[in-house]
Design a protein around this ligand. Structure first.
Ligand code: NAD
Length: 308
């Protein structure tokens, strides 16, 4: 069985390394020259919870020719369509495509490139970072929730769940994965976007009554649009979950802060609050907080990201 990791940055390298360690045949796909050359020359350096130099196959998507049994997508959300275009030659009738990106609406994009019965959607709270090309750092523990988009894909979804579990990635086959995806997106849509714009920690955001009012309003908007999309999220349960998560993450700068403020990179805002605001327009309802924070993040991107 051949698994490609389509997008082998921080998370792709984590999954690639753990799958390879459990004797799965894995090929990393990426287009970052320095990273590819380093891994081809010296192997992938893994530090943290696993300490190892690993011999892993890595290439550009255009160089991949062997048909894929599984493809795990791990680009940033705005890079997904280009990646799906670039890997068309390795996708056939039997290929299963797993999406573990953060954010909302990826199934709508993937459907344009992959038959619906081959799509497996998921969400993960594993984390990883890339201290430099060819080097992934792993910390903490995590889990994966996944489910095939169509009931006919369930058997394949369960096989992939098993494969991820053999790699120690703690996967569960879900009965309602889209709700799990919306739950995580709602956490990111409150903390990530606001901490990036305000340049503050999660604890600082949640310390003021103004912060809490903004957070509650964003959650209300996510819950309203989720419901219109046929996804059931309980408003009070969602608020309890976000506030509990905030206590645990009080000292942290969320990943959007790291991308935008610390590394001056574009964000996934259009797939979080931006997705909610776009859907609200389609349904002709108002989501002023999501609309405003999306614009503020884009404004900040235009100030900080070069060649934007
Ligand atoms: P990343 O930027 O480290 O990795 C993305 C990789 O994809 C890059 O190396 C990039 O070169 C490659 N890429 C993009 N388009 C490509 C193309 N067309 N051809 C070849 N290579 C291409 O991002 P990441 O941190 O690994 O995050 C990936 C996804 O996982 C995001 O949606 C993110 O929100 C989510 N996520 C990240 C973490 C984390 O801790 N890093 C945790 C949970 C979820």
């Amino acid at each position: 069985m051949l698994t490609y990791i389509a997008g082998s940055g921080a998370m792709g390298c984590r999954f690639g390394a753990q799958l390879a360690q459990s004797n799965q045949k894995v090929v990393l796909l990426d287009n970052w020259d320095e990273h590819i050359q380093k891994i081809q020359k010296d192997g992938l350096k893994v530090t943290g919870t696993i300490e190892k130099e690993m011999n892993l196959s890595i290439m550009r998507p255009s160089e991949a020719t062997d048909p894929a049994d599984y493809i795990i997508l791990f680009t940033k959300a705005m890079q997904l369509p280009k990646m799906l275009e670039d890997i068309q030659q390795i996708i056939n009738e039997d290929t299963k495509v797993v999406c573990l990106l953060n954010g909302l609406g990826h199934e709508e994009v993937i459907r344009q490139y992959v038959p619906e019965h081959s799509i497996i959607m998921g969400v993960t709270v594993w984390t990883a970072s890339l201290p430099g090309p060819g080097h992934v750092h792993l910390a903490g523990t995590g889990e994966i929730n996944l489910q095939s988009l169509l009931p006919s894909g369930e058997e394949a979804g369960r096989v992939i769940t098993e494969m991820l579990n053999k790699a120690g990635l703690n996967a569960t086959y879900e009965s309602d994965v889209l709700s799990a995806i919306w739950r995580k997106a709602c956490v990111n849509g409150t903390m990530n976007s606001n901490c990036a714009v305000l340049d503050c920690t999660v604890g600082e955001l949640f310390a003021s009554s103004n912060g809490k009012e903004i957070i509650d309003s964003i959650i209300d908007e996510f819950v309203e649009i989720a419901e219109l999309e046929g996804i059931s999220l309980d408003d009070q349960e969602m608020k309890d979950y976000v506030y509990q998560t905030a206590v645990k993450a009080a000292d942290h700068y969320p990943s959007m802060h790291q991308d935008l403020i610390q590394n001056n990179r574009l964000t996934e805002i259009d797939y979080l609050n931006g997705y909610v605001a776009r859907k609200a327009q389609e349904y002709e309802v108002e989501t002023p907080y999501c609309e405003y924070i999306t614009k503020m993040v884009h404004l900040k991107e235009s100030l900080l990201v070069k060649d934007n």
